[in-house]
Design a protein around this ligand. Structure first.
Ligand SMILES: C[S@@+](CC[C@H](N)C(=O)[O-])C[C@H]1O[C@@H](n2cnc3c(N)ncnc32)[C@H](O)[C@@H]1O
Length: 218
């Protein structure tokens, strides 16, 4: 039973990172339609918000893998515009409704796309990957962040939030995949902020920007 369970989880994880867009879309639409993420619909006070707040005054924000609209409805309202991108239309329907309900219907917009191929329509002050980098194949993390960096305004930043460990215990062991992703972020970008929170899942938030000048080539 243990082996069957582990294999199923491996196949699922593999398809969600490396599978075709149609498979990923079907999976996420089903998750959101069956309300499997209701437990995560209220993340007011999340550790990512104080970091975001420092960079979002009058800012244009691009939220990659935005889900059902937590960030767009919960973060401080001092931003100028917010565009959330997600592969799940079911998630986006919730995000649109929640944005309307909290009076941010005019400031928030959404696009349904696979973020591995999405082409942003503008330049942004903040590009956020909140619990979504996990679904980028490890070998494409740097390339994906570089590609999105091209859509940052001068002085714009990338914000990455990832659970470092599994389980509810604050002392859980670090998971190798997020750890490898965070190492890439930390070593290939200029780190402006990095914080690890002693909470279940040990969330880590990093604020980074592309390395400029000769070091960018190393
Ligand atoms: C764990 S949820 C995080 C949602 C949101 N960022 C939050 O923190 O509340 C991951 C989200 O990434 C989206 N996602 C996964 N793979 C994607 C892909 N290839 N393209 C676009 N969105 C994707 C899923 O639909 C899901 O909404």
């Amino acid at each position: 039973m243990y082996i069957v369970d582990r294999t199923a989880r491996f196949v699922r994880g593999f398809l969600l990172s490396y599978g075709p867009s149609s498979v990923k879309k079907r999976f996420w639409d089903k998750e959101y339609s069956q309300e499997k993420w209701t437990f995560a619909y209220n993340t007011v006070g999340d550790c990512v918000y104080p970091h975001l707040e420092r960079y979002t005054k009058n800012a244009a924000i691009l939220d990659i893998g935005c889900g059902s609209g937590n960030t767009g409805t919960e973060m401080a309202g001092h931003y100028r515009s917010y565009l959330g991108v997600d592969i799940s239309e079911a998630a986006l329907a919730k995000a649109r409704r929640r944005s309307q309900e909290c009076g941010r219907g005019d400031k928030n917009s959404f696009a349904c796309s696979d973020f591995l191929t999405y082409v942003p329509p503008s330049q942004y002050d903040v590009i956020l990957f909140r619990e979504s980098l996990y679904h980028v194949p490890l070998g494409r993390v740097k390339e994906t962040l570089d590609r999105y960096s091209a859509y940052l305004k001068h002085n714009g930043v990338l914000v990455v939030r990832l659970f470092a460990s599994s389980g509810d215990s604050p002392n859980g062991k670090d998971k190798p995949r997020p750890a490898a992703m965070l190492r890439i972020v930390e070593t290939k970008f200029e780190v402006l902020e990095k914080a690890r929170y002693n909470l279940p899942g040990q969330p880590i938030v990093m604020v980074v920007r592309p390395i400029m000048g000769p070091e960018a080539l190393s």
